[in-house]
Design a protein around this ligand. Structure first.
Ligand SMILES: [Zn+2]
Length: 114
C-alpha cells in the first residue's frame, strides 16, 4: 500500500488514542501473541488459560509505540494486573524512560497522567 494512503488511518488511530487518553475507558482483550496492529483503548493480555505474562497497549500519549508490561513475578520490572468487568488496573505506573517519556497510571480502565 502506498504510504500516503495510510496517513488518514494513522490520524484516525491517533485521534482514538487521544480520546482514550482523556475520556475513554480501556478494556482488556486476550491474545495469544503481541498484536502487530494494536487497537487504541485496548489492553492486550498475552498468555494462555487465564494466565498472562505480558500486557500491551498503544502508548496513550499519541506516539503509537506498543508498550509492553511484564506480568510474571520472576522478572523485573513487574506489574500487578487487576481486571474487573474487562476493565484493567495496572500497578505501579508505566513510565517510559526513553522516547516520549510518557508516565501514567492505568486505573479502572482510565489513564491517569503522572
Ligand atoms: Zn508515547
Amino acid at each position: 500500500m502506498p504510504k500516503w494512503r495510510s496517513i488518514p488511518r494513522r490520524v484516525g488511530l491517533w485521534l482514538r488514542d487521544m480520546y482514550f487518553a482523556r475520556w475513554g475507558r480501556y478494556q482488556v482483550i486476550e491474545d495469544e501473541d503481541l498484536p502487530d496492529d494494536a487497537i487504541p483503548g485496548k489492553l492486550y493480555l498475552v498468555g494462555e488459560d487465564g494466565r498472562y505474562w505480558i500486557a500491551a497497549m498503544r502508548c496513550p500519549c499519541g506516539c503509537s509505540t506498543l508498550l509492553e508490561m511484564n506480568l510474571l513475578p520472576d522478572s523485573e520490572p513487574v506489574w500487578a494486573l487487576r481486571v474487573i468487568d474487562a476493565t484493567p488496573t495496572l500497578q505501579p505506573s508505566v513510565w517510559r524512560k526513553d522516547g516520549c517519556r510518557a508516565h501514567f497510571l492505568l486505573r479502572n480502565g482510565r489513564i491517569v497522567w503522572c
